[in-house]
Design a protein around this ligand. Structure first.
Ligand code: 4AD
Ligand code: MG
Length: 434
């Protein structure tokens, strides 16, 4: 058969069409076999009538099982009884690959769907989510490219193991101890000293033993790094980026419908976002009945309390220096804090971005590291960081950056219950297959 149309195009164009897809449902009634066929754009009913097709086509329709791959050609008709209002009256029909009895039927347990993830990804809902994921990756790159950024590619195997190497996956690197990266920030910093505005967009690995709806052991991490940016300017960029993602997603109406996303929710995501200092956030929490005190980190419950009535994300800036990493500079206006911000998604979806200015002065950075070592009782292996410290020795400049967890953003924008559905093959504490 000659040239193909997608199912959504077929429904628009009419007349003679040929489609390629997989059998989604099948029934037979009065000498007609009705196949609902899916492709990445949707589903359509194909009616194969014994008298209207040749013997080979009829036999193909008879043989076709659920999830068999098929090619069908015929005339497009409006038909109110068909699932999408259209039907193809087949003149030709071919099975490409027959499917054995499909292991997923209706009403399966979550565990089975995860075990059969490689097949469950064909469901209409997962197909729509994976389309959304691809769009969001595309929009993210498009936005940053339009803002004058270069994409850079850091190594994923590293010796610079965060602060202590805790929460990192250890790798035996030809007999040496190495780690899977938990953030590409340090490498992005190195590259912004040549390319000025860069982003890396690769996975990060976290060996946290968290069993929550928002933790993955492997997630896709967008990490922009910009010279001569302070954190305020960085927050503006984050606001623009997030709003750009929401605005562009609105164009994909059929995808939003398939996932069940309320477009009105997305329309509200426009700059500016609320900006609340850590100090203010503590008093807001106290007003809402929480016992949190200055110096405490926030947990899931606090995040929920703070954001449950919000419609847009909200920045919480300038956190206590004890609970933030060594590379964040002391805030001269309140030396108990560092210059940074977390972006909290509304409605308790949790932190989607963490960002800060970077301590760019060599001596100050050494002091920060010594302070963190003292407070946390840890010892940095400076051999692994000397290259990164070097950046402060050869023409350093102020710079800032942030890290955005793509699956957190997808979970929030699509209002998914669990982060595992934001990624095709989730890696979680209790799962790394398929
Ligand atoms: O807040 P985090 O740990 O910050 C960093 O790694 C910085 N080095 C980023 C930077 O400034 N370049 O992580 C950043 C973001 C979080 O806000 C969250 O969205 C996501 O990464 N994230 C996770 N997403 C899924 N599963 C996990 N276990 C995650 N841990 C962090
Ligand atoms: Mg964080």
């Amino acid at each position: 058969m000659a040239s193909y149309t997608s199912i959504s195009e077929a429904a628009k164009e009419g007349s003679q069409v040929i489609i390629r897809g997989w059998v989604h449902r099948k029934r037979e009634s009065g000498g007609i076999i009705f196949l609902v066929v899916r492709d990445r754009t949707g589903i359509i009913q194909v009616a194969v009538k014994k008298d209207s097709v040749d013997a080979a086509s009829w036999s193909a329709a008879q043989q076709a099982t659920i999830e068999s791959s098929v090619i069908a050609g015929g005339t497009l008709n409006l038909d109110k009884r068909a699932p999408t209002g259209y039907e193809i009256k087949a003149s030709k029909m071919e099975v490409v690959g027959i499917a054995e009895p499909f292991p997923i039927t209706e009403y399966q347990s979550t565990e089975l769907l995860l075990d059969k993830r490689h097949l469950w990804l064909r469901s209409q809902r997962m197909t729509a989510i994976m389309r959304a994921r691809s769009y969001l990756f595309r929009y993210t790159r498009r936005f940053l490219d339009s803002q004058g950024f270069y994409e850079v590619t850091p190594p994923l195997i590293t010796k610079a193991g965060g602060e202590t190497g805790a929460d990192m996956f250890e790798v035996d690197y030809f007999g040496q101890k190495a780690y899977l990266t938990e953030s590409s920030q340090l490498y992005a910093e190195a590259m912004c000293f040549s390319l000025e505005k860069v982003y890396s967009f690769v996975p990060s690995y976290r060996a946290e033993k968290s069993r929550t709806v928002k933790h993955l052991a492997e997630y896709w991490h967008l990490e922009p790094e910009m010279i001569y940016y302070d954190n305020s300017k960085s927050m503006k960029l984050q606001e623009k980026l997030i709003s750009y993602l929401a605005r562009n997603l609105l164009k994909e109406e059929d995808m939003l419908k398939a996932v069940g996303v309320d477009a009105e929710r997305l329309k509200k995501i426009r700059p500016p976002f609320k900006k609340v200092s850590y100090e203010k956030a503590i008093s807001l929490l106290n007003e809402k009945g929480s016992k949190k005190q200055w110096g405490d980190d926030f947990g899931v419950e606090d995040e929920k309390l703070l954001t449950q009535d919000e419609e847009k994300p909200m920045f919480i800036y300038n956190w206590p220096k004890e609970i933030k990493p060594f590379y964040m500079p002391i805030n001269p206006k309140d030396e108990r804090t560092v210059i940074c911000s977390d972006l909290q998604a509304p409605a308790g979806h949790g932190e989607i971005i963490g960002g800060s200015e970077r301590e760019w002065r060599y001596d100050e950075l050494k002091k920060r590291i010594a302070y963190v070592e003292q407070v946390k009782g840890v010892k940095f292996n400076m051999d692994n960081y000397s290259w990164w410290m070097d950046l402060r020795r050869y023409g350093s400049v102020p710079h800032a950056g942030f890290g955005m967890g793509m699956e957190r953003v997808i979970k929030w924008l699509l209002n998914l219950d669990h982060i595992r559905d934001a990624i095709p093959f989730p890696r979680m504490i209790n799962r790394m297959e398929p």
